[in-house]
Write a protein that binds this ligand. Structure first.
Ligand code: G3P
Length: 227
């Protein structure tokens, strides 16, 4: 499962792009509103940090068909071919998705809360569908179950659409969507760090260091290899 970073914070993007195997960055209007300022310049900086080969997902702000289509084209023109245009799962959004897919523009249909919406998005030619896992859990729905159901729907048809699971509050949810067959997940910096950290790893590392020091003092293995 591809892991994508769900933030527009430049420090987090620099850090995770360096140390973690992320495939790109996703944003949405709320995420961008936290950064403020010259947001076009900010998005250009994100593109510079991740390079032109990684995915950058940017959501449209227009709500009428013609304007969504032209805004999507302008977004791809400004931020390069590996830019995915996020369009919410609405009737006008699906119409725009179909038109953009025909022009070769990659669309992430976002704010997906049901397998029915995902089926329509896939049929319209979406590159990704983005179900919101923890927002589903927050309304007593089965977020992981919806992801599993969407994957089943995609497996039953001749679609090129991949699930980009989104909206996570816990590392366990990320693991569960991977087990449910999701092709990608977009995760906040906080939750992504929780996937790696484990107190038993820290304890094990401390034990290795103590045992080594007892036997070989302050010498490192590379020093000993030099003879
Ligand atoms: O990128 C959209 C999605 O990840 C939203 O997440 O945490 O606002 O529910 P959240």
């Amino acid at each position: 499962m591809k892991l994508i970073l769900d933030t527009a914070n430049l420090d987090d993007i620099k850090y995770f792009n360096t140390y973690y195997p992320i495939s790109g960055v996703t944003t949405n209007p709320t995420i961008l509103s936290r950064e403020g300022g010259d947001i076009v310049k900010h998005l250009r900086t994100i593109r510079e940090i991740i390079g032109e080969d990684k995915e950058l997902h940017i959501q449209v702000t227009e709500t009428e068909y013609d304007k969504i289509v032209s805004e999507a084209e302008a977004i791809v023109k400004a931020f390069g071919k590996n830019t995915f245009v996020k369009i919410p799962a609405t009737d006008v959004g699906l119409r725009a998705t179909a038109a953009l897919a025909k022009k070769g523009i990659k669309v992430t249909v976002t704010a997906v809360f049901s397998a029915g919406q995902a089926l329509l998005a896939a049929t319209a030619g979406a590159a990704y569908v983005a179900p919101y896992v923890s927002r589903l859990e927050n309304i007593c729905e089965d977020g992981i179950g919806v992801v599993a159901e969407i994957q089943q729907v995609l497996d039953c048809g001749d679609y090129d659409t991949v699930i980009l699971a989104a909206s996570f509050k816990t590392a366990r949810e990320v693991l569960d969507v991977a087990l449910a067959g999701s092709g990608a997940a977009t995760v906040s910096a906080d939750v992504l760090k929780k996937l790696l950290s484990h107190t038993s790893t820290d304890t094990s590392i401390a034990g290795f260091a103590a045992d080594w020091k007892k036997a070989f003092g302050d010498h490192t293995l590379s020093e000993l290899l030099k003879g």
